[in-house]
Design a protein around this ligand. Structure first.
Ligand SMILES: *[C@@H]1O[C@H](CO)[C@@H](O)[C@H](O)[C@H]1NC(C)=O
Ligand SMILES: *[C@@H]1O[C@H](CO)[C@@H](O)[C@H](O)[C@H]1NC(C)=O
Ligand SMILES: *[C@@H]1O[C@H](CO)[C@@H](O)[C@H](O)[C@H]1NC(C)=O
Ligand SMILES: *[C@@H]1O[C@H](CO)[C@@H](O)[C@H](O)[C@H]1NC(C)=O
Ligand SMILES: *[C@@H]1O[C@H](CO)[C@@H](O)[C@H](O)[C@H]1NC(C)=O
Ligand SMILES: *[C@@H]1O[C@H](CO)[C@@H](O)[C@H](O)[C@H]1NC(C)=O
Ligand SMILES: [Zn+2]
Length: 487
């Protein structure tokens, strides 16, 4: 939402609190001013507390504005047209033909990322990594090399903290095992790959504090093979992947019935992590932490830093792993224990994905570039750019975040530890909170550079989180506190 539409949305609310609510607010919060309680979700406005300050969308600073302004629809179009020109990029297609097939696409992408890295003063390195996948009795008919093109822009202050953005460069047509027919894959997922490459180009000459990886992976349509390999490589090497996004089918805002939603992007964010052990998931259920997985906090973070007039987008966070019957490259990262989300266009047109290129009764089928909207894809790139840059320039998230539940109390006491690696660049922390039925954090309360804080608001009625703050004003995603172990 633009700032203006936020205000328009809020203004009627500000004057509509019933008298008894105003009275209740004033008695509990002597400093309360009418109009301070402006929640994104009107139904979620209890308790009427004004502890802290209302959270507004974060506006990009000068450097981020400059990054966003450099996203080029023409570059994105050129990347997608080039990818389409390889005819098919099916994972089982030729790996050696210089013109047609996935091998030619892989080599072209590697050369493009290397060109971009050449401008990085040695900060960005490009690798093609992978393995030989054996026939799997399903969508891999014979042994095939799965290759991921991975460009790593090393962070200047906290290089061991890594954020990944990825798209898949393999494509498919109607039959998932048909590796000879044309499969242009402009939207699915030339669009996502173009975003990885465009952001790599823009960020290569800059100096993020943490590391950012721009990837183009293969084997998505055959069983998420390329992203599984990438996620497991990080996991096996104990890499701290603090956030991952896949852009998959982000090419068009127009549905099959012609409905347009050009200023919205969906972000799919899973609930409770499947990697938690039984004790953790039982505790999560007991304390109402179902909506506060690391993936959801990452989604809320994107909503806060990337919904503004510089990206020109509204982020629709969907509380779900993925669409029904579909899978994506964020899943292997979630399964490796990392926070990961998926960007996908607001309304899909199923005639334009996973379809042989053909005309049926005058209707064109197939994933063709003519159905892509390059301005829309550029705005999605800006959303990713704002999220990645804000993550990489914020401190890491606080660790060992607990709420003290050893005794009954009206207040809420929290304890935590600095981010992994000691908390490079942390100047303080904030407690954030929201009513339990509000989708996004509504309030923040700076508490200083301390490792414990007590907030005059009952933990029974709201959801709390703790986040780190850097001198540049960038904040980490919040961390949901589990109860302090008693022993
Ligand atoms: C995979 O790549 C390696 C190294 O280039 C090659 O030796 C091997 O034959 C390839 N495997 C397949 C199935 O193409
Ligand atoms: C990661 O480690 C597991 C368990 O040792 C192993 O099965 C898997 O092949 C490894 N994967 C990669 C990509 O290193
Ligand atoms: C479950 O995971 C938590 C957090 O990693 C750990 O502290 C605890 O020991 C684990 N419990 C069991 C039973 O594995
Ligand atoms: C979304 O954002 C854009 C630009 O920031 C704005 O013009 C539009 O009205 C917003 N709302 C919706 C529902 O798309
Ligand atoms: C937790 O609260 C209890 C009871 O108020 C207090 O004795 C204890 O010191 C607190 N723990 C921490 C780590 O602050
Ligand atoms: C909680 O607040 C009530 C009313 O303000 C007070 O009477 C009570 O003593 C408080 N309880 C604790 C444990 O602080
Ligand atoms: Zn896809």
């Amino acid at each position: 939402m633009s700032l203006l539409s936020w205000l328009l949305w809020f203004v009627p609310l500000a004057t509509s609190f019933p008298a008894h609510q105003e009275a209740s607010l004033k008695s509990r919060n002597p400093g309360y001013q009418p109009g301070e309680l402006l929640f994104a979700c009107p139904a979620a406005s209890w308790p009427y507390a004004n502890v802290g300050t209302l959270i507004q969308p974060q506006i990009p600073d000068g450097e981020l504005q400059s990054i966003l302004s450099q996203v080029s629809p023409a570059n994105i179009e050129a990347t997608i047209l080039k990818l389409v020109s390889f005819g098919t990029r099916h994972t089982l297609s030729s790996q050696t033909d210089p013109k047609r097939g996935i091998g030619a696409a892989r080599d072209w992408l590697a050369s493009q990322f290397r060109e971009v890295a050449a401008a990085s003063d040695g900060q960005m390195t490009v690798e093609v990594i992978g393995y030989e996948q054996q026939a799997d009795g399903d969508r891999v008919l014979f042994p095939v090399n799965i290759s991921d093109v991975v460009a790593t822009l090393k962070g200047t202050a906290d290089p061991d903290r890594v954020y990944v953005v990825s798209g898949h460069y393999d494509s498919r047509c109607t039959d998932p095992n048909d590796y000879t027919n044309d499969a242009p894959g402009a939207d699915d997922d030339g669009s996502g790959v173009a975003i990885s490459l465009e952001l790599a180009r823009i960020m290569a000459t800059r100096k993020p504090k943490a590391t950012i990886v721009f990837a183009a992976v293969a084997g998505e349509e055959q069983n998420l093979y390329g992203s599984t390999y990438l996620a497991q490589t990080y996991k096996n090497n104990s890499v701290n992947v603090a956030g991952m996004f896949t852009n998959d089918i982000v090419g068009s805002p127009i549905g099959q019935d012609g409905t347009k939603d050009p200023y919205t992007i969906r972000l799919f964010a899973q609930g409770p992590p499947s990697t938690e052990n039984k004790t953790q998931s039982a505790t999560r259920l007991t304390v109402g932490g179902e909506n506060d997985s690391p993936a959801r906090e990452l989604g809320r973070f994107v909503h806060e830093v990337a919904s503004n007039t510089y990206t020109e987008m509204n982020i629709s966070v969907i509380y779900r792993l993925d669409r029904y019957l579909r899978g994506g490259d964020h899943r292997p990262f979630l399964e490796a224990g990392y926070a990961a989300c998926r960007f996908t266009e607001p309304i899909e047109d199923f005639r334009h994905q996973h379809q042989d290129v053909r005309v049926v009764e005058g209707v064109q089928y197939g994933d063709l570039p003519e159905f892509c909207d390059y301005d829309f894809i550029s705005r999605v790139a800006k959303v990713n750019g704002a999220a990645l840059w804000s993550l990489a320039n914020a401190p890491g998230q606080p660790t060992d975040v607990f709420v003290n539940t050893t005794a009954l109390s009206n207040d809420s006491q929290f304890v935590w530890a600095p981010p992994i690696g000691g908390g490079t660049g942390v100047v303080g922390y904030e407690v954030v909170w929201r009513p339990t039925n509000a989708p996004f954090w509504t309030h923040f309360l700076p508490v200083g550079n301390v490792l414990t804080a007590t907030v005059k608001l009952s933990k029974d009625n709201v959801v709390f989180g703790i986040r780190s703050v850097a001198a540049n004003g960038y904040r980490s995603p919040a961390v949901f506190p589990f109860p302090l172990p008693t022993n």
